[in-house]
Ligand binder design. Structure first.
Ligand code: 4AD
Ligand code: MG
Length: 461
């Protein structure tokens, strides 16, 4: 079998020759003596037209096929200069792999993304999702390539963990206890020592703490894996299960961290523009006009930089137009992030040095004792796509901060050890993989860039 993508890429090589293609029927129409079938084989979002005649012994069976059927076709590829498609197959043989029933939901017409979300098992058979998930796959590969080319070690951090990296309490509990018959302590609390691991555990919200231990051994590492957050936010950019890429670099500070992030994002953009030009053109045409031009500019210009304090000054001037008014000390909401990156800077921008109160315990305290060496990268259309920081490398300062926040020292002994045995300046960041896919494809909803999305009240399939 030959891929339809290959036929499009090297058509001159195949026109006039006999080819064999397997695919799923997108549409079929027939008259008494001949018919047309349009198939897609998943290698390319474009389709291939097949012409078949009543000379075929199974002509009647072919004509009865419903949309969605799987077939294998053998025949000559002929050029069709007048038609929309550059060529078609004149079938010598149509082998029916599997028929489909007439209630197949993806009939030939435009379906809304909302409608397609109700059938996550079938939507990858549509043009848009073919393009999205092929590009998602390529972006993952590009990210590995970026770090591997720079000799970073890929570390597999655990999914089940006992710690809460971000300290936000947004964790999914992992338990094997019988919820209808929980073992209780003398005080009447749930006796978690009787649970599988002998203690409370949860799905990881970030691989960072484990990642740091490997950075203190390998110097440069990255993680790339699923993370979980029980955030009760029903937005277009939050998922309960998402993938995160978390590099961690030793002997490095916040500036190095931002340079790494900027280099990575530009690398990914260039990679998909080069390796998925057809899909990117498709997004530019049907999903987000202007996408290609925008990405090209981003790949070739410097990102913006602004401190949190400066950003608040800018935002305060526009407070009348925000639902949520800002003042120094508050966390930035999506509307503020988007205003900064879309209206003020009009490009990706790093916001740095946030108040320590609104950031995680592990971030390095700045000399002002009020802010931490944090950075968020904001991009147009989405807002925060990366969150990172230089880490507190001073044992006493870290312990003090943990005590202030009520973290149990015994849960973080391994982490404190890193500050005891050869502590070194280090920094890292987390790139939200789905937000990155949204940014590169122009897709507006995180549910449409995850194969099987998990969001509040939704865990289908
Ligand atoms: O800013 P966050 O919470 O940072 C961390 O987890 C750090 N431990 C990273 C590090 O320094 N190693 O999350 C990082 C990124 C966000 O910028 C966002 O892109 C994405 O993860 N993210 C989500 N993506 C989809 N759905 C959610 N619920 C997300 N929460 C965070
Ligand atoms: Mg963040």
């Amino acid at each position: 079998l030959i891929d339809i993508r290959e036929l499009y890429r090297n058509k001159d090589q195949y026109i006039g020759k006999e080819v064999q293609v397997g695919g799923w029927v997108r549409s079929i129409r027939d008259s008494k003596t001949f018919g047309f079938i349009v198939v897609n084989d998943g290698t390319y979002f474009e389709t291939l037209q097949i012409v078949y005649h009543d000379a075929l012994e199974n002509f009647a069976a072919i004509s009865k096929l419903n949309v969605g059927s799987a077939i294998i076709v053998k025949g000559k590829l002929v050029a069709t200069p007048e038609a929309k498609q550059p060529f078609e197959i004149q079938a010598k043989e149509v082998q029916i792999e599997g028929t489909s029933t007439s209630d197949y939901p993806l009939q030939k017409k435009r379906h809304t993304l909302e409608y397609l979300r109700t059938m996550t098992h079938l939507r990858p058979r549509t043009n848009t999702f073919q393009a999205v998930f092929r590009v998602r796959s390529l972006i993952a590969y590009a990210i590995h390539q970026y770090f591997q080319e720079r000799d970073f070690v890929y570390v597999h951090t655990p999914i089940i963990t006992g710690s809460d990296c971000e300290g936000a309490g947004e964790m999914f509990r992992v338990t094997t206890l019988d919820l209808n018959n929980l073992p209780l302590t003398k005080e009447g609390k749930v006796d978690t020592t009787q649970d599988f691991f002998g203690k409370e555990t949860n799905l990881t919200v970030s691989g960072q703490l484990n990642g740091e231990t490997y950075a203190m051994a390998f110097k440069n590492i990255y993680t790339f894996g699923p993370t979980f957050r029980a955030e009760n936010s029903n937005t277009t950019r939050h998922a309960a299960e998402f993938w995160m890429i978390e590099p961690e670099i030793a002997f490095a500070d916040l500036k190095d961290d931002m340079a790494l992030a900027e280099g990575m994002l530009k690398y990914i953009i260039n990679y998909v523009l080069e390796h998925a030009p057809e899909e990117m053109k498709f997004f530019n045409q049907f999903i987000d006009q202007g996408l290609l031009e925008r990405l090209q500019v981003v790949a070739n210009s410097e990102f913006g930089h602004v401190t949190y304090t400066e950003a608040i000054e800018i935002l305060e001037k526009n407070n009348d137009n925000f639902d949520y008014k800002v003042s120094w000390g508050c966390d930035l909401q999506t509307e503020h992030e988007r205003y900064l990156t879309e209206q003020v800077f009009k490009k990706p921008v790093f916001v740095t040095d946030y108040p320590k109160e609104i950031k995680a315990f592990y971030m390095k305290l700045n000399e002002d004792n009020k802010t931490v060496a944090a950075m968020d990268l904001l991009v147009p259309g989405i807002g925060e796509i990366i969150g990172g920081s230089q880490r507190e490398d001073d044992y006493d300062k870290l312990l003090k901060r943990m005590e202030e926040l009520g973290l149990k020292k015994e849960d973080y002994d391994f982490y404190l050890d890193l500050r005891k045995y050869g502590s070194a300046r280090h920094a890292g960041f987390g790139l939200g993989f789905e937000r990155c896919v949204m940014y590169l494809t122009g897709m507006g909803n995180i549910r449409d860039v995850v194969p099987f999305p998990r969001t509040v009240n939704n865990c289908d399939l």
